[in-house]
Ligand binder design. Structure first.
Ligand SMILES: Cc1ncc(COP(=O)(O)O)c(C=O)c1O
Length: 392
């Protein structure tokens, strides 16, 4: 099957968050230049999803819609076949997004004033989920060892030992560093969480996006005791570009924990998803794995291209290994520019729009996060503009 990973779809004026914010930063960007910021794909949808939705709409009524057996089979089948993870359908709670789900989870498993640990730099809504709910962010900064981002387990153990700290909001694979945690690392995290009675909220939204040579371990598969203290947040949204479909599946194996989560969710008045989201998720999980293999090839190749290009033209820039996600973390600090100057050069001169590293916390200042889920030729052209804007 041929998949088109070449066409740039200019989303200007369509309400696309990424494209609109690019125009706000620089109204003079010529048509057809994609931004490389917000984590959705600047690629055509999998044709299996487009065609399937079209067919569905021939007869769909779009009234209040519940999950069908076919939906649950698709979701549990994906978990089983792709992740070796056996999940009972009754253990899944629906959510309109992973962000609302971890907001709910934090309220469900912690009390106001409690500390919640995050590994920084962190996906920025992690901070909001904690602080907007009157909890306290407890930072566990990642460290670099041999050029690879690592968990600082000693620091984690120290922070976890504080009795006011009651949960870990964990990102696996990790956005923005692109790490896919190895099983041994996860076992260490779980050991510390267990010893200190922490509940783990594991955001695994990027779990399907794993590069060759790496393997993702779902936190709950570490063992029955880990599963009993973990809320795993999943969605087809990153993998298949379905963020606008607002369909996420939250897995909570333990009955009491699930009841706490459900009670908190009930307080929000949210009960079911949108009708097309169910069908898009079902189609993705049953029909689009071939397309996903093509996407991973594309992203992996884009990563190698970025690394080679910058290695030659801007060798001071550190291009971190991309183990998972399609988000390339790059360290520009050796150029000696302030983050503001870096952003100005990129957005006003190079016409290249990244997510600024400081969005992910002060640990990210001087870094840039580049979205690699775009046609290769668009990334190549952007790199050329980038190098030139730095006089290379
Ligand atoms: C780690 C992580 N969690 C959650 C989300 C977004 O979740 P949702 O759109 O389902 O609310 C993103 C999007 O980039 C993400 O990177």
């Amino acid at each position: 099957m041929y998949y088109d990973f070449e066409t740039v779809i200019d989303r200007t004026g369509t309400g696309a968050a990424k494209w609109d914010s690019m125009r706000q930063s620089n109204p003079d960007v010529p048509a057809g230049i994609p931004p490389f910021s917000v984590a959705d794909l600047d690629l055509k949808l999998a044709p299996e999803i487009t065609e399937g939705l079209r067919e569905h709409l021939q007869s769909a009524v779009l009234g209040y819609t519940m999950a069908t057996d076919a939906y649950w089979d698709a979701v549990t089948g994906w978990f089983r076949d792709r992740h070796g993870w056996g999940v009972e359908r009754d253990h899944i709670r629906l959510a309109p997004g992973v962000v609302p789900a971890f907001y709910t989870a934090i309220r469900a498993v912690t009390a106001p004033g409690d500390g919640v640990i995050v590994q920084t730099p962190a996906y920025y809504p992690f901070f909001g989920a904690i602080e907007n709910n009157d909890r306290v962010v407890v930072r566990n900064p990642l460290v670099q060892r041999d050029g690879r981002w690592r968990l600082d387990l000693d620091d984690l153990a120290e922070k976890a030992a504080d009795p006011r700290t009651t949960a870990l909001l964990f990102c696996s694979p990790h956005n923005p560093t692109g790490r896919v945690w190895e099983r041994e690392e996860l076992e260490q995290v779980w050991r510390i969480a267990r010893e200190n009675d922490l509940t783990v909220i594991s955001d695994e939204i990027h779990f399907d996006l794993v590069m060759p040579g790496h393997a993702h371990t779902v936190f709950s598969t570490l063992g029955a005791d880990a599963a009993a203290r973990t809320i795993v947040c999943t969605a087809p949204s990153k993998t298949f570009n379905l963020a606008g479909m607002s369909t996420s599946n939250i897995v909570i194996a333990d009955d009491a924990l699930r009841e706490r989560y459900s009670a908190e969710q009930a307080r929000t008045g949210f009960f079911t998803l949108n009708a097309l989201g169910f069908e898009a998720c079902r189609l993705a999980y049953t029909k689009a794995d071939g397309w996903l293999a093509g996407l991973i090839d594309l992203v992996h190749g884009n990563h190698q291209m970025v690394r080679n290009f910058l290695g030659e033209r801007m060798p001071e820039v550190v291009v971190h290994d991309l183990e998972g996600t399609y988000l390339q973390w790059m360290d520009f600090r050796a150029l000696g520019l302030s983050p503001e100057e870096l952003q100005r050069i990129h957005e006003q001169e190079a016409l290249v729009f990244f997510d600024e590293g400081a969005m992910f916390g002060p640990e990210g200042a001087g870094f840039e996060r580049m979205n690699l889920a775009a046609p290769r030729h668009a990334i190549e052209a952007a790199l050329e503009r980038l190098a030139r804007s730095h006089g290379r």
